[in-house]
Design a protein around this ligand. Structure first.
Ligand SMILES: Nc1ncnc2c1ncn2[C@@H]1O[C@H](COP(=O)(O)OP(=O)(O)OP(=O)(O)O)[C@@H](O)[C@H]1O
Ligand SMILES: [Mg+2]
Length: 364
């Protein structure tokens, strides 16, 4: 089972030093506005993904007045524990797993599978396809060992092709990359399509659990990044070359993939209430978590920032019951203790955070 057993932070945003020993189930961090709750969730996300969900500038993560932040966690995967560490200075990042320095982040992500729900998560429905692609690709990355390599190869070929198109280089220099794009795009497409097909029954199940009032089932329509009417991506890339050359970039491909979520043929954004949209995003994350567990035998760790801002009391309880049932370690934050129902007081752990200082609480 994937569980964070211990988390240590140093000089991360407003948190000077902290060490938390998490429990296997519910872990709640309570604090006022600006106490550092999101910072704590962000620190775990940075360890898992190498990136923040709030800023593209890593120096923002380092406590003001300091030159480096250091994060460390111990994760158990049921068989053995792994030590994951990250230190980040303004211009340098060092990643370590079990004492060995890594060159890229993928291995850390594989050891620390986390899902994140924040008040911004409904961007997944609201905004453009990028967030949906990231969601889908998180699943594909954990689902298929070839995916990350294919995606990197695709991105490199796309970058080179776009570079040649933008600089109006001769056609053969741009088209040099076509075969690599085609080979990788078709394989990425198959992995993504299979992933969404596998995910859908779980999504149906969790939508039913969280929104029993909706009688129709959700449907996922995966779009590969090129029109379905095209005979093949090869032909499309060929036919579209003059337009790509004119526009200076590659219009169609895996970088334009998307998923449309529909209820009874209607776009989820159009038919669901604001609260239901948040529940739908929860259902998506739970579906992804369950599918991940089915494939890997390990549950993901769920991070939820500001749960009360997300869901009303009834749905908070339903979600916590589901997480409990799925045996998923969940680490969540709230501005008040009484907003989080404690289903299993004997195993739940709670902390109070005040101005970056974190102290464990014992429930009375
Ligand atoms: N690099 C930094 N160094 C020091 N403090 C920082 C840094 N970046 C952010 N802060 C401060 O950290 C504090 C905690 O912010 P955070 O967003 O984690 O609070 P929060 O508990 O999630 O609040 P809310 O309930 O309003 O969401 C804020 O006062 C913020 O200004
Ligand atoms: Mg916050």
């Amino acid at each position: 089972m994937s569980k964070i057993q211990q988390l240590q932070l140093r000089h991360f945003r407003n948190i000077d030093q902290a060490c938390l020993a998490f429990g296997d189930g519910l872990n709640v961090i309570v604090g006022d506005n600006a106490a550092g709750k999101t910072a704590l969730i962000e620190a775990i996300w940075v360890l898992a993904s190498g990136r923040s969900f709030r800023t593209a500038k890593p120096e923002h993560l380092i406590q003001r007045g300091q030159t480096e932040t250091v994060l460390f966690c111990e994760v158990s995967d049921g068989e053995r524990a792994h030590k994951i560490g990250l230190s980040r200075a303004a211009d340098k990042v060092t990643l370590k797993v079990d004492g060995e320095t890594l060159r890229n982040q993928a291995e850390m992500a594989a050891k620390l599978p986390v899902q994140l729900l924040t008040p911004e998560s409904h961007r997944l429905l609201e905004e453009g396809p990028k967030a949906r692609r990231q969601f889908m690709d998180w699943g594909c990355f954990h689902h298929d060992a070839d995916f990350i390599h294919l995606w990197r190869t695709y991105r490199r070929a796309l970058k080179q092709r776009n570079h040649a198109l933008k600089r109006k280089l001769p056609a053969n220099q741009a088209r040099l990359w076509d075969q690599q794009l085609i080979d990788t795009a078709e394989r990425i497409d198959r992995i993504r399509a299979a992933y969404i097909t596998d995910l859908t029954p779980y999504l149906v199940e969790f939508c039913q659990a969280l929104m029993p009032e909706i009688s129709v089932q959700p449907a996922c329509h995966y779009q590969p990044g090129w029109p379905k009417s095209a005979d093949s991506y090869t032909q499309l890339l060929d036919e579209h070359y003059p337009k790509d050359a004119l526009q200076g970039h590659t219009q169609y491909g895996s970088h334009r993939a998307d998923i449309k979520f529909r209820f009874d043929g209607q776009d989820a954004m159009m038919t669901l209430s604001r609260g239901q949209q948040k529940l739908f995003v929860c259902a998506l994350l739970l579906a992804q978590a369950s599918l991940y567990e089915k494939h890997s035998g390990k549950p993901v760790i769920m991070l939820i920032d500001d749960l009360p801002a997300e869901l009303d009391a009834k749905h908070r309880e339903t979600l916590l019951k589901l997480l409990d049932l799925l045996h998923i370690q969940h680490i969540l934050t709230s501005t008040a203790d009484d907003l989080i129902p404690i289903l299993n007081p004997e195993t739940a752990r709670r902390w109070h955070i005040d101005n970056g200082g974190i102290s464990a609480e014992t429930r009375t």
